[in-house]
Design a protein around this ligand. Sequence first.
Ligand code: UDP
Ligand code: MG
Length: 318
Amino acid sequence: MKKEKISVIVPCYNEEESLPIFYKEITKVIKEMGNVEFELLFINDGSKDNTLNILRSLSKKDKRVRYISLSRNFGKEGGMYAGLENATGDLVAIMDADMQDPPSMIKEMYRSIKEEGYDCVALYSPNHKDYGFIRKVFTKCWYKLIGAISSTPQVPGAREFRLMKRKVVDAIVNMKEYNRYSKGLFSFVGFNTKWIKYEAPDRIAGKSKFNFWKLFRYALEGILAFSTTPLVISAIVGIILCLISFIAIIIIIVKTLVFGDPVSGWPSLACLIIFMGGLQLFFFGIMGMYLSKLYLEVKKRPIYITSETEKDKEYDRH
Ligand code: UDP
Ligand code: MG
């Protein structure tokens, strides 16, 4: 009988330090899972370090290693899509190169799919000790908010670390939207999913590519891309105006209480005008965000652009 094949997609952005460690670990796991064939599909997401050269030499000495080098940095979402679209396995896994998604867990994930009949096994790590206080608070609020306003359920602490059957992958690849928020898409496609809780370890080497602001933008689903910034600024200006009017209201109330108010009426009116103006800008901003998404969707720009793969022999000349 033909062996089943698992494709492991690994998005890599400046991972020269982590990659050799990751490769060593994953090959250990592959050896232990002798009854399954593997394909390692690395996506070089426009790395500025030696990542591409490492991938070139890995693919030369190991036929299981494939890579797709993107023409620039498209972000992890673009990288994952490139991987999902090009993976050839019967089952497909996604994991980070930094060992925060331990390769050894694939064994348990595979078992759950084979023996318990799940279509998909996903991991979540809710209490990340690495996160600062503010990030923890924001994350908690975000999950509360999204839970309240969205009909697509989001598991707090969900990672992109997962193993999926081919039918799940096909469903995801069929959603070709440009503004990709994969955790939402994974949830949207449904299927019988098992959630496994684990404690994500710290990154083995290198630095996280997601700082607070990057995560904030990620939470807004990359709305700020291209020339839509003014729309967001209008929303922020709206909020600032609201805050100013609130402060003004408090000052006026206190002033009136302490000194009396010789000209009655006009200050509160002024506050109201500023407040309403601010509020209107704020909501215009929100509308603008949706419009900007639509704008980018309509353009149908590619989600990623390939520059080189393991099949290209061009690099051999260098
Ligand atoms: N990554 C990527 N493109 C990017 C940023 C990150 O392909 O623009 C990859 C990165 O190499 C890693 C994974 O996505 O394998 C997760 O990134 P990171 O560890 O920096 O994020 P964190 O775990 O801190 O959320
Ligand atoms: Mg990481």
